[in-house]
Design a protein around this ligand. Structure first.
Ligand SMILES: Nc1ncnc2c1ncn2[C@@H]1O[C@H](COP(=O)(O)OP(=O)(O)OP(=O)(O)O)[C@@H](O)[C@H]1O
Ligand SMILES: [Mg+2]
Length: 129
């Protein structure tokens, strides 16, 4: 279960404060599918980045299966992220790598052998055509 409780994200600008996420509360039970809709700049991407721990909330708590992800150590957060699939709004590809090498990157960081990661990456590429 995912639980957002009184989540705020405020950015300090030069002369003002921008509230990107304003007191967000919701729960997603196991197996439920949620969509977040809103106009451009409403804070959707910020909300999702907070869920993945890429941004810390200014206040509030985010629980995933009872664990407050804003309180995890960096190491635990990296482990947690392996269980969260995220497609970025911008692709964030490494230009120095080919497509298949980009797909292989997370497997490489996870210490999977060269032969095995090539095999898996080829399967993923086939899957999406
Ligand atoms: N790092 C940052 N510093 C300052 N302001 C930011 C930062 N990131 C996002 N914002 C601001 O927070 C607000 C929400 O941005 P966000 O990218 O979450 O919106 P969005 O709903 O994903 O928009 P879009 O539909 O265009 O993708 C915007 O006003 C944006 O300019
Ligand atoms: Mg966005």
């Amino acid at each position: 279960m995912i639980k957002f409780k009184n989540v705020y994200k405020k950015y300090k600008l030069d002369k003002s404060i921008l509230t990107a996420v304003n007191d967000v509360n919701f729960e997603v039970d196991d197996g439920e599918i949620y969509g977040i809709i809103g106009y451009s700049g409403a804070g959707k991407s910020t909300l999702v980045r907070i869920l993945d721990g890429l941004e810390a909330p200014t206040s509030g708590s985010i629980e995933i299966n009872g664990k407050d992800i804003s309180k995890l150590s960096n190491k635990s957060l990296r482990e947690q992220r392996k269980k969260i699939g995220m497609i970025f709004q911008h692709f964030n590809l490494l230009w120095s790598r080919t497509i298949i090498e980009n797909v292989e990157l997370p497997l490489e960081i996870s210490g999977i052998s060269k032969a095995e990661r090539r095999k898996q990456a080829e399967e993923f590429i086939k899957l999406v055509g």
